[in-house]
Ligand binder design. Structure first.
Ligand code: HAM
Length: 422
């Protein structure tokens, strides 16, 4: 017996009809992003590992979860599968220097060697936007509102938006030093991981969900209370813009996020319909230093990523079905041997009508079964007798009757029947 194989741990196949949910989400997201002036960026699924190291040497994503490998070059190159979309887009910006502001969107398979569980996978798929070239806080509002509006049109209601500011090069370093001193004084109360590692990235301790860290940091100093004047003004303007658009949010001084490149605005949208460990549906923020860190000119940036799988989980938890209707409208049932079905499906498809057929000279009954399964609204029935008389029979698959029409008028009659079935 040959060996059989399954998807690797933490990955999955998406099969029809469930895959239609992915199509719907990508199409709707693309429509909204394009209508707001964002253009699609396609970038390689793997990059020089240096691109992703800029995401943060102290983050789990870089430290523990990178799918990295040496290629077959001589000398070999150290590459990594993309764990997220932002670093690749910023690398592309530095490489190509498009005119600013550069407004982009993407759909990107992303790879993280995570502990696989529901809602946390080793390959997930992110929809996202990234904008480079403006510091305007009202852009932050546009970006956040785009994400909130997208969820809203899907029908998601049980979402909450949390917002924070992580400061900039002026106010973050003194704050970080203050926080580090605070954590050093409370080190024995921190969780096992952070007791050893809090100096790598003191801010991450604030985001730690373990009770020990949460208690130990209850009276920690907060970046939010120590923003410099320009950062405070930036945040105030973002709040004003969100309020103007009627986007509900709450300020969360603990919100740090899992990647190191963030400056100023950070945000996360969570679903209370999901398990709390995987309830983040989307998140993002500013990364005003990242372009420079990747060797480009100083260029501010902001964006978000939202996982298709998390959206789908949140939708199903809220009873939302995004599979939509089948694209097949007509099924051709041919008892003449199959050539008639070949030409008629071709004719229908050329006319822009979704059409399918059965194979292998199946029986009339089996073909009708397939027609029902296809989701078609109309069956075109053709046998030797119809061919002889130059007609076809059209049968409504939604409980209507059957009519016979001249073969030459097939398309117009089919259109009318599809219309009537809607
Ligand atoms: P992130 O928060 O790491 O941010 O990921 C964004 C979203 O991707 C999450 O909210 C979640 O929906 C989904 N996601 C992440 N990891 C997994 C996983 N292992 N399994 C399933 N879904 C997952 C970023 O990646 C940033 N690049 C977002 C951003 C864009 N910031 C600025 N621009």
């Amino acid at each position: 017996m040959p060996e059989t194989f399954q998807t690797p741990q933490g990955t999955f196949d998406v099969l029809p009809p469930d895959s239609r949910t992915y199509e719907t989400l990508v199409a709707r997201f693309a429509g909204r992003a394009e209508a707001a002036g964002y253009g699609l960026v396609l970038s390689p699924m793997f990059e020089d590992i240096g691109v992703f190291r800029r995401v943060g040497e102290s983050t789990d994503v870089v430290r523990k979860e990178m799918y990295d490998f040496l290629d077959k070059g001589n000398p070999p190159r150290h590459l990594a599968l993309r764990p997220e979309g932002t670093a690749s887009v910023v690398r592309a910006f530095v490489q190509h220097r498009p005119p600013l502001p550069w407004k982009t969107w993407y759909v990107a398979p992303s790879f993280r060697y995570e502990r696989a569980q529901a809602g946390r996978y080793r390959q997930h798929h992110q929809l996202g936007v990234e904008v480079l070239g403006t510091e305007d806080p009202l852009l932050d509002v546009e970006v956040i509102a785009l994400l909130v509006g997208f969820y809203d049109t899907l029908g998601l209601r049980r979402l909450t938006l949390r917002l924070n500011s992580l400061g900039d090069d002026t106010c973050r370093p003194p704050y970080r030093a203050e926080l580090e001193a605070f954590l050093a004084a409370h080190a024995d109360q921190l969780c096992d991981e952070h007791r050893e590692r809090f100096r790598d990235n003191p801010l991450r301790v604030l985001d730690c969900k373990r009770p020990a860290c949460m208690e130990a940091t209850a009276d920690a100093p907060w970046q939010l209370d120590r923003l410099c004047e320009p950062c405070a003004a930036h945040l105030a303007r973002v709040e004003e813009g969100l309020t103007t658009l009627g986007v509900a949010f709450s300020i969360d001084k603990r919100l740090v996020r899992g990647l190191d490149y963030y400056t100023r605005t950070t945000f996360e949208i969570a679903s209370d319909a999901l398990e709390s460990a995987q309830n983040a549906v989307g998140g993002g923020g500013r990364y005003d230093r990242l372009a420079e860190d990747l060797g480009g000119p100083p260029t501010p940036g902001i964006g978000f990523g939202t996982g298709l799988e998390r959206i789908i989980l949140a939708c199903s938890a809220e009873g939302i079905d995004l599979r939509g209707t089948a694209a097949i409208e007509v099924f051709v049932v041919d008892t003449t041997g199959g050539l008639a079905a070949l030409t008629i499906t071709h004719e229908l498809r050329v006319a822009g009508i979704g059409a399918d057929r059965a194979w292998d000279g199946r029986s009339f009954k089996a073909q009708f079964k397939a027609a029902d399964r296809s989701g078609a609204k109309v069956a075109v029935v053709i046998g030797p007798d119809e061919i002889e008389r130059g007609v076809v029979a059209l049968k409504s698959l939604r409980g209507g009757g059957q009519v016979e029409v001249p073969a030459a008028q097939l398309i117009e009659h089919v259109r009318t029947m599809i219309h009537d079935a809607d």
